[in-house]
Design a protein around this ligand. Structure first.
Ligand SMILES: Nc1ncnc2c1ncn2[C@@H]1O[C@H](COP(=O)(O)OP(=O)(O)OP(=O)(O)O)[C@@H](O)[C@H]1O
Length: 342
């Protein structure tokens, strides 16, 4: 059974002006998140990602549809029961949201105090969490004495305090440098693997999806336009709007401005060859072009790795008799995707 299930969920905010149209932040979204998933939610700014997470966390009520978390239909629960649900869902934020007036251990203990745990039990749990996130020596420090990465590790410890089954991460690494991002992602991976915590990550960063997500949903205009395995969605997006977003984060797809520069610099026909793990090898494709007497130059490209599976896009400038180029491309197109550069 799915841990989180959304059926036709909608969130409309009242119009900003009297008589105006409501703002539909989430529009008829259905998603199933299985236990153990690290589920990425991606999309441009304003797509509705944060709103969706606030609905799952019961911080805001949906205006339509049903949301079920761990077997409980939260869209049908009264406010007094939602407090208990919220305590079972951990959340981490871009700006960490720590209490600056409390020490590291005070921050981590906070949700346990709210949940009414006895003091000795809290102390033992806090010590365990500090060890897990590698901050045992910082227990008595205050947040402003910590680096960004350390603050987020405190955020993770606090979110895990009550042993939630679900952790929501809203742009949790967006304020961190690449190295620190890597450390925090490695920690989240351990949270998922060692404790079996299901994680929903909202992000606009490819690195995050690439290194930890197993499934992904692409949002655009409040809707989920495509969802599935990360490799499938990123290597061969099916919808035009997800392809547009994916092309902004994957390596190897030239932007329109880059295409203009390539056109100026290179003669001949420009085509992008898209390779996916399991398709024809690059060597066999290049051999085909050479055999047909087509001269080619690699002018743009990149290979991406998603959990050990590679895909990428290589743009070539092709020169040779038109008929030879055409025949070679036709042969190659049987095995991999070939796109004429517009
Ligand atoms: N409390 C609110 N009242 C009115 N409109 C809102 C409210 N919260 C969000 N919206 C609107 O809902 C839409 C979706 O916003 P949301 O913050 O969920 O998008 P997002 O994909 O998370 O974007 P970002 O990455 O910039 O945070 C936007 O048009 C936003 O202006």
């Amino acid at each position: 059974m799915a841990l989180v299930s959304l059926r036709n969920v909608t969130k409309a905010y009242p119009p900003a002006e009297r008589g105006g149209a409501p703002v539909v932040a989430v529009d008829d979204v259905s998603l199933e998140i299985e236990p153990g998933d690290v589920y990425g939610i991606i999309g441009y700014s304003g797509a509705g990602k944060s709103t969706l997470v606030r609905l799952v966390n019961a911080l805001e009520p949906a205006t339509g549809g049903t949301i079920t978390v761990d077997g409980r239909e939260i869209t049908a629960l009264p406010e007094r029961d939602l407090r208990a649900v919220r305590l079972e869902i951990g959340m981490i934020f871009q700006q960490f949201n720590l209490f600056n007036s409390k020490t590291v251990e005070g921050n981590i203990a906070y949700p346990l105090l709210v949940a009414g745990w006895p003091k000795p039990k809290i102390a033992a749990r806090v010590a365990e969490l500090l060890a897990f996130v590698g901050l045992a020596d910082k227990a008595k420090n205050y947040p402003d004495q910590l680096s960004g990465g350390q603050k987020q590790r405190v955020g993770i410890a606090r979110a895990l305090a009550t042993s939630p089954k679900l952790l929501l991460a809203d742009e949790a690494t967006s304020a961190l440098d690449p190295e620190t991002t890597g450390e925090v992602l490695a920690l989240l991976k351990r949270v998922n693997r060692e404790f079996g915590v299901t994680i929903i990550v909202i992000t606009h960063e490819m690195d995050v999806i690439q290194s930890i997500a197993t499934k992904v949903a692409v949002m655009d205009g409040g809707r989920v336009v495509e969802s599935g395995d990360v490799f499938d969605v990123f290597s061969a997006p099916k919808q035009a709007s997800s392809a547009r977003f994916v092309s902004t984060v994957v390596k190897g797809v030239p932007s329109p401005a880059e295409v203009a520069v390539l056109r100026e610099r290179h003669e001949g026909r420009l085509v992008t060859l898209s390779f996916r793990d399991g398709d024809a090898s690059q060597a066999s494709v290049f051999l085909e072009l050479a055999r047909a007497g087509v001269e080619f130059e690699l002018v743009y490209g990149g290979i991406n790795d998603i959990q050990g599976r590679a895909f990428g896009h290589l743009t070539l400038a092709l020169r040779g008799p038109d008929a030879s180029v055409q025949a070679a491309l036709a042969a190659v197109a049987d095995r991999i995707d070939v796109t004429e550069v517009a």
